[in-house]
Design a protein around this ligand. Structure first.
Ligand code: SF4
Length: 291
């Protein structure tokens, strides 16, 4: 497939056919994110999308999963998305699932009825980056929404019947807001109560604006042990009802997985054990992080 620039997709879409129906990220202001900084945002038109589908059908006619990229393809008009979903299920006979990134602003721009319609036409999972539940951290990173708006966006997806996969970023509040980040993030995740929840760990590519704050000394990164303490505090305050939790991204110091709430105690015991041992060899090395 031909793609414009680098393509990003959630780990669970690793075997999916990726169709780039938008380019870049409409918001594109988050200070920790460099994914689309050099990529002006645009929506592809119907003719371009038809060409992409033809190319996909020719290359992967038996695709079972399709992921719609780039950063927030949910920005497309609902009518266009419905037509796209109809076309995909008609042209890929084995298709079982279509997924998409949805920024909180994109979700809030759609009504509950529109989201339900998208679910009815086969949009089955939305990936939402919560990043933090703290008002001050969300403001600092320029996410563009308040905690309550993030909750409303997440709850709207859950209520529509579309599966919701949320991620937050450990260390995003730095040393100054680590406790607030942990506690307030748990509150937002609890209020949304998603089916899937994952933690990433803050890493800063050279193009990420937050990196300049680190260099200037105005943002102090957590060390690996502080990051795990923060993660433990957040998990202690999680109260979700039927959620698959994963910490399996390459950025994470530890690989963790659990079904919550049943395995919460086991998850905390693992974290406590590693924290008590305090041995660097238990953690994924951070030399590759470029910091
Ligand atoms: S984190 Fe998401 S919403 Fe923010 S700039 Fe990056 S892609 Fe866009």
């Amino acid at each position: 497939m031909f793609y414009e620039g680098n393509i990003y997709r959630p780990p669970s879409e690793a075997s999916s056919l990726i169709l780039q129906v938008t380019v870049g990220c409409k918001h594109n202001q988050c200070t920790f994110c460099s994914m689309y900084k050099g990529k002006p945002y645009r929506q592809k038109n119907r003719e371009e999308i038809a060409e992409i589908i033809e190319e996909g059908v020719a290359l992967y006619p038996l695709a079972k999963r399709i992921f719609l990229a780039d950063g927030d393809a949910l920005t497309l008009d609902t009518e266009l998305l419905v037509d796209l979903l109809k076309e995909l299920y008609a042209r890929f006979p084995r298709l079982e699932r279509v997924g998409i990134y949805g920024g909180p602003l994109d979700i809030l721009a759609k009504s509950s009825a529109e989201l339900t319609l998208l679910r009815q036409y086969g949009l089955q999972i939305v990936y939402l980056g919560i990043e933090s539940g703290s008002a001050v951290v969300l403001k600092q990173i320029k996410k563009g929404v308040t905690p309550q708006e993030m909750i409303t966006a997440g709850q709207r997806i859950v209520a529509s019947g579309i599966l919701l996969s949320c991620t937050v970023i450990s260390g995003l509040g730095g040393t100054e807001y680590t406790k607030e980040h942990a506690l307030e993030t748990a509150k937002v995740v609890n209020a949304i109560d998603p089916q899937y929840f994952g933690t990433l760990t803050l890493i800063l590519e050279p193009e990420a604006p937050l990196r300049r704050q680190v260099a200037a000394g105005t943002f102090k990164l957590l060390n690996p042990w502080e990051t795990l303490e923060e993660l433990k505090l957040m998990i202690q305050h999680l109260d979700v009802h039927n959620c698959v939790y994963r910490s399996n991204h390459a950025s994470n110091y530890l690989t963790l997985k659990a079904h919550l709430p049943e395995e919460k105690d086991a998850l905390l015991a693992t974290l406590t054990n590693v924290l008590e041992q305090n041995r660097d060899e238990l953690l994924r090395p951070e030399t590759w992080r470029g910091l």
